[in-house]
Write a protein that binds this ligand. Structure first.
Ligand SMILES: Cc1cc2nc3c(=O)[nH]c(=O)nc-3n(C[C@H](O)[C@H](O)[C@H](O)COP(=O)(O)OP(=O)(O)OC[C@H]3O[C@@H](n4cnc5c(N)ncnc54)[C@H](O)[C@@H]3O)c2cc1C
Length: 308
């Protein structure tokens, strides 16, 4: 299985396959993990979740940004989604990636783009989460976030439990709204934990620390054992249900999403949206090759609908 994980991870970084895949999204079972390749599909899925009392965080997919023009285009798409959330009064916020806004092209371009987004988000009172990417972008991302966080209270980011450094990051940024994840990227063993039991223990430690300090925590995992342990911790420490939420990726553990929501917990679903779905899709297969079953089921369901 580790071999299969590495293959999917390597495939996720292949730019040519990304271009090829965009043409065949409807044939590949992408709808199992992607909340829409167009606004109509995204709208339908967002409203379906909002009707059940579940919030969403929208990620306008975009990777392999290689020029300022592509970064500007990504920024425009994000601004359009902010308008859409505001005008439709949806229970939604946005998740964005700094590389999408030009971090690899020119830091100043990236900063100008993110500032424009945060200005609009602040005006609309919509939260923006800056997703954390692979290790080679982590330092730059924190530098950018630190330069913004004093001017904007609508911005937060992500702590990846797989990285050793996050023990310090979480303490240093205890004043921020943070999403705690295990980490989606394959990293070197000198900077990260590789065993599941070590990652899980670190995850629990980080989540508990942030829950206790009172700033908003997004518990983003599909791992029911971690969720159960944190539920007990929350009860023991009398932590208000308004100060945290459970986050899931679109299409994952929908029963658990709904049962937590029915039990009065805040639940938020991460909605990847757009034609640039390839890297995201491959990372989901890399972290759990069993997810292929979801893709196969999605394909079978789609064919059934076509035959009818
Ligand atoms: C909302 C959200 C936002 C994220 N944002 C980022 C980000 O910004 N940066 C980043 O690096 N990563 C991000 N991730 C990805 C994250 O880092 C992990 O790669 C991903 O969540 C898989 O880890 P896991 O915590 O779900 O547990 P895993 O270790 O993958 O799974 C643990 C256990 O949970 C159960 N399980 C998992 N999936 C399923 C399933 N589909 N059905 C049934 N049981 C299942 C199994 O028992 C499994 O053994 C995000 C994840 C979420 C949920």
């Amino acid at each position: 299985m580790p071999m299969l994980k590495s293959v999917f991870y390597l495939l996720s970084q292949n730019e040519r396959l990304n271009q090829f895949a965009q043409k065949y999204s409807d044939k590949l079972g992408v709808n199992a993990f992607v909340a829409g390749t167009n606004l109509k599909e995204l709208d339908l899925n967002t409203r379906m979740l909002n009707d059940k009392g579940i919030a969403v965080t929208i990620d306008h997919l975009g990777e392999f940004v290689r020029s300022s023009e592509e970064a500007l285009e990504a920024k425009r798409n994000i601004l359009d989604i902010l308008d859409y959330i505001y005008e439709e009064q949806l229970d939604a916020h946005m998740s964005i990636k700094l590389t999408q806004l030009g971090l690899d092209v020119d830091e100043d371009v990236c900063k100008a783009n993110i500032i424009e987004i945060l200005n609009k988000a602040q005006e609309y009172r919509i939260f923006i989460n800056i997703d954390m990417e692979d290790y080679k972008h982590v330092c730059q991302s924190w530098k950018m976030i630190e330069s913004l966080k004093d001017d904007y209270d609508c911005v937060g980011t992500v702590i990846q439990a797989t990285l050793h450094r996050t023990r310090e990051d979480i303490t240093q940024h205890s004043d921020m709204r943070l999403r705690i994840v295990k980490g989606a990227y394959k990293e070197n063993e000198d900077i990260s934990f590789s065993k599941k039991k070590d990652i899980d223990a670190h995850y629990l430690m980080l989540a508990k620390e942030h829950l206790l300090n009172g700033n908003f925590t997004s518990i983003a995992t599909h791992d029911h054992k971690i969720i159960q342990e944190l539920q007990q911790f929350i009860i023991q420490h009398n932590i208000a249900k308004t100060s945290f939420e459970f986050q899931f990726l679109y299409g994952f553990r929908t029963d658990l999403q709904e049962s937590l929501s029915q039990d009065g917990y805040r639940v938020c679903v991460y909605m990847p949206y757009g034609v640039d779905w390839y890297g995201y899709f491959m990372r989901r297969l890399a972290e759990r090759p069993k997810n292929i079953m979801l893709v196969i089921k999605e394909n079978i369901n789609r064919r059934r609908v076509e035959i009818k």
